[in-house]
Design a protein around this ligand. Sequence first.
Ligand code: AMP
Ligand code: MG
Length: 519
Amino acid sequence: MNFKIDNTFTRDLPADKSLENSRRQVINACFSYVTPKKTSKPELVHISEELLKEIGLTKKDASTSKFLNVFTGNEVFENTHPYAMCYGGHQFGNWAGQLGDGRAINLFEIEHNNKHWALQLKGAGETPYSRTADGLAVLRSSVREHLCSEAMHHLGIPTTRSLSLSLTGDDVLRDVMYNGNAAYEKGAVVCRMAPSFIRFGNFEILAARQNHDTLKSLTDYTIKHFYPEITSEGKQKYLDFLIEVRNRTIEMIVHWQRVGFVHGVMNTDNMSVLGLTIDYGPYGWLEGYDSEWTPNTTDAQHKRYKFGNQPYIGMWNLYKLANALYDLIEETDPLQTILNEYENLYSTKYNQMMKNKLGLYTANNTNLIAELEQTIQLTETDYTIFFRNLGTITKKDSTEIAISKIKNAFYETTELTSNIKEAWTLWFQKYIEALNSEKLNDKERQLKMNTTNPKYVLRNYMAQLAIDEANNGNYDLIDQLYLLLKKPYDEQPENEKWFTKRPEWAKHKIGCSMLSCSS
Ligand code: AMP
Ligand code: MG
């Protein structure tokens, strides 16, 4: 294994002077050096071959004990110094102070084919930021992170990636539903990859501690390496930075709404400053379209992070980032202007995205979108199946035929009540009328819609099936799902069995519809 190491973060930013791996407040630093924990019997479970190539490795490299050891934390790669980042964050709306990489350890950064990657282990042991927890991760949550990161990437959504998933051979105690039923689970480590793992919280902690110089260094560093298109200077540079982060955040959330992804814990420490989907915890995918839905049982009461709230939370989080950057700008008006623009920008992007989902490329149909959002919630309707099947509707279809084409998306299998049927009939009348003013013919439109409306997503129960099998030592389904989700927009007739509604058994099953932050 050979890498072109280029450790920008540790080179440009101040390190914690203490090398002691003890839990504490780390002041005046962006990171602490740590050594990953040795594992008792590491075993590779799955590798993303595509990412191997991205970093210049072959399958042969990946089969060496060196690879296994480096990417499970048993061996520190020569001339590198693993480290954990210091960040804070607002959790569920409240300032939580210092959080930091409590169980993520950055190994090194590399340059390959003009791309920059930071490689980071998740679940490789404690750090000064581990607070009261153990720094470890279980197989269940690691399978979810590994599969979903890659699935999101192939859906065309900005995300951190996952190179490898390994078992540690050690057991980890977890109380999955926080109800006093702790049990041992298999420990695992994922190696994540991203240009950088910097979060909103990295800036917030420095501002909260009035650590002006380091805040400036971190912001300059981030702009220099990850926003090279920003060429302005002085205060304008930091304003332009906020504009860019805002735009990337909007883009990411519009994608989430497009595919029905609910992040579940949009705390500011889980917001990438590069606009990447990061920290796959109690996330979930909409089955029946429901703007009120959240998979996260920890958030069941207030539903702060429910599907329909994600756009607002994106803005709320940007306010917190703007607050942190205030220190470098010292004027509220320009910051406020940038934040005020969020809603309009979001709406424009969202409407454009929904028009693409509907296959309406010319007409101005925002009413149709709002009416659909109402109608689709009258009865439980599968989001993915509905939109994929919508593409099969033709300009000549009657409303009756149109309804029969999307009927498969209804969870209730009996006939629709007359009210609901009437609502759908009304909506389809308008929809078919709108289709008739489109230039593309039916076939062309369907093909185009199919590039926006995925056929396959990582439904909550699919990940759970893969986890159940993996816990029994069988990793076939992980690989099957990984391959399936590499081409989420393709028909893949041989995989039709995954283009079905959530099975009844999964409706209230832990891990499928109910998830907690325990991981
Ligand atoms: P999360 O809600 O998973 O984003 O985590 C919030 C904070 O808790 C972050 O600082 C994590 O690093 C930390 N954390 C979560 N799980 C663990 C764990 N098992 N051990 C140590 N720190 C953890
Ligand atoms: Mg996190």
